[in-house]
Design a protein around this ligand. Structure first.
Ligand code: SF4
Length: 352
């Protein structure tokens, strides 16, 4: 797939856009004023592979907390600003590595100019984060949601460019997946700036991950998108895991292990679901890339999962361990999990 060419910029140490890897972001769910809790959650996010973290800045105390938070973390931190431009200025003073401004609720041009001047001085990028839920009234009823979102972003981009500012990223998020896709497709050809993809208010993990995978996945497959955030009503590491699953399924990033497991069928001679769940649980402690297969039968399993680094295929009271499709040993069903784990471990002699 051909990637859209965008002008790269830096959020802290992370490059977004150009030919940099698609960056994975998430947002803390703690009260930003609770500095220890926020630091703790950011560290967990970093451990699960998050590359840029955003924090909500609902008031002055939250903005000022950024400096203490920044002292204890190494991820780039983006301050999320709605309504009050003074919070953007305070977040910049406190050392934020990026700002997200919602143009739907920070509208006064002079105030935006003040924020832009402060960001320019510090070379801090600003994401123009359009959200379908906060578009201003006044559009004709026949103007589509996608067009309204694009129009809002373009107006804001023009204003920032007129202020000699171009450290810009753009997002156009809606709950409506087709409208979101159309909006990003429309803006992709109009502007040179990196695009931050997401489906907003996507929901609980089961439906939300699918909605996000459809919306974000279609765009990424078309070469659109430089950084992603999967919004889920869940613990933030679930967002990061879902983001990597989307990127891994398109071959855009490698991250941690990949579990390949067959759906099971009448030929299965083991409980594939229970075994796959047990293997998945074990794989959570591994951070390096490895493809592990759990297949229900020896006849088809090793062949169907021949690109897996290691795997197990169930047999009558037995399990066949295979590597790259070749069976290398047989163990009793009871010892299957243990034997597979030993095989996985032998892949990473120095994994802690
Ligand atoms: S690997 Fe065997 S058990 Fe699993 S779906 Fe294929 S045929 Fe069925």
């Amino acid at each position: 797939m051909m990637r859209r060419v965008s002008t790269p910029l830096k959020v802290g140490k992370v490059i977004v856009g150009g030919d940099a890897p698609i960056a994975v972001q998430s947002m803390t769910k703690t009260d930003t004023r609770d500095v220890p809790a926020t630091i703790n959650q950011i560290k967990q996010l970093e451990d699960c592979g998050c590359e840029i973290v955003r924090v909500a800045v609902p008031d002055k105390e939250a903005a000022e907390s950024i400096s203490a938070i920044k002292r204890s973390i190494s991820l780039p931190l983006v301050a999320d600003i709605h309504f009050d431009y003074r919070l953007a200025l305070a977040a910049l003073r406190a050392g934020a590595d990026g700002l997200r401004l919602n143009p739907g609720n920070v509208r006064n041009k002079e105030r935006i100019a003040e924020v832009v001047a402060a960001a320019r001085e510090r070379e801090i990028p600003i994401r123009i984060g359009v959200n379908a839920g906060s578009l201003p009234p006044g559009y004709e009823p026949d103007v589509s949601l996608a067009e309204r979102m694009v129009d809002m972003a373009v107006q804001q981009i023009k204003l920032m460019e007129s202020l000699d500012f171009n450290l810009i990223k753009v997002s156009l998020k809606a709950f409506d997946v087709p409208a979101t896709i159309r909006a990003y497709q429309k803006i992709a050809d109009k502007i040179p700036y990196p695009l931050h993809l997401g489906i907003t208010e996507a929901g609980l993990p089961r439906a939300g991950a699918i909605r996000s995978a459809v919306g974000i996945g279609i765009l990424l497959y078309q070469g659109i998108g430089d950084t992603i955030r999967v919004s889920l009503t869940a613990y933030p590491c679930e967002e990061v895991n879902a983001a990597y699953e989307i990127l891994k399924s398109l071959g855009l990033r490698q991250h941690g292990p990949t579990l390949v497991s067959c759906p099971s069928c009448g030929r299965a001679e083991v409980d594939v679901v229970a075994l796959a769940e047990a293997v998945d649980k074990y794989l959570k402690r591994i951070t390096k890339p490895i493809k592990v297969a759990v297949m229900g039968c020896v006849v088809n399993g090793p062949g169907e999962a021949k690109d897996a680094d290691v795997g197990i295929a169930g047999g009558k009271g037995k399990g066949a361990i295979f590597r790259k499709g070749k069976v290398i040993g047989t163990v009793s069903e009871r010892a299957s999990l243990e034997a597979l784990v030993a095989e996985i471990d032998s892949f990473f002699p120095d994994q802690d």
